[in-house]
Design a protein around this ligand. Sequence first.
Ligand code: SF4
Length: 112
Amino acid sequence: MPRPSRYAPDTLPRPRQWRDEAACSGVDTDTFFPPGTESVPPRVAAMYAKTFCVECPVRAKCLQHALTHREDYGVWGGLDEEERAGMLREARLAAERQARQERERASAATGT
Ligand code: SF4
């Protein structure tokens, strides 16, 4: 006789999530994490995955998720890891530039 589970089965309805609207729903996950080969670099291999993203209705949410959760690999929101890393680098540099300008303004205002 099977032992009763300590947990109730997961049959409750759950709220819809952005992933439910994804254009890549049902597509093999490996498509979005192409390893590349000697003759096909990862960047080129990622182009096929990106074709799903072009018209994806949740592309912005997917990209936001990847940037927020620092997804380091694969195609998310139509961008590969190098492109997302570039976005994060640009955002960091812009934040540093803004902080430096604010310090300079504050310094000029106080004459220090
Ligand atoms: S943007 Fe691309 S990876 Fe993200 S959910 Fe849509 S199809 Fe999938």
